[in-house]
Design a protein. Structure first.
Length: 170
């Protein structure tokens, strides 16, 4: 959604087909299920378009797919490892394409210094409705276990800290 608000085009990988509509709804331009043939499908769709940046929260083989899409001297930023696997990248992407791999950690001191500015920049986008995060359900704090179970099944949840709502959906 932030990329869309900035006028940037995105290629989005999902691990499950049922997530495609959710990403399209928040502005994903090209949403691909990460499976065999994903790289060829992306190349066929984007043609010669430059892809200077890849952001990876899965690691493992997904990193290789993302690096394979990047343009010459592109940058791959890894911020999580949902797969639990080490980042794997084809050596030719590193050597011939000169793909640069960087790590990102939100609590790193260099990053923490940038958070106030990022919040000032994004707060108006949230307030205007340009950025919306679909909430699957709202839970009172007393239903903490149910909320965690819901997140593990998929979907974002919100806690009602005032206790004004006992409603749940999803």
């Amino acid at each position: 959604a932030i990329a869309k608000a900035r006028g940037l085009k995105t290629i989005n990988f999902v691990r499950r087909p049922e997530l495609v509509p959710e990403l399209q709804a928040v502005g994903g331009d090209l949403v691909i299920v990460d499976q065999s043939g994903a790289l060829n499908k992306i190349r066929a769709t984007i043609g010669d378009a430059r892809v200077p940046l890849g952001i990876d929260g899965v690691a493992g083989k997904a990193a290789a797919t993302i690096a394979g899409v990047l343009s010459q001297s592109g940058t791959l930023v890894v911020y999580a490892l949902m797969s639990g696997e080490p980042v794997t990248i084809a050596p030719l992407d590193l050597i011939a394409k000169r793909v640069l791999v960087k790590g990102f950690f939100l609590n790193h001191p260099d990053v923490e210094l940038k958070i106030p500015g990022a919040l000032r920049e994004t707060a108006p986008l949230v307030a205007s409705g340009a950025i919306r995060v679909p909430i699957a359900a709202t839970y009172p704090l007393t239903a903490f276990r149910e909320a965690v179970a819901h997140v593990q099944r998929g979907g974002k949840v919100m806690f009602d800290v005032d206790g004004a709502s006992e409603s749940r959906s999803g």
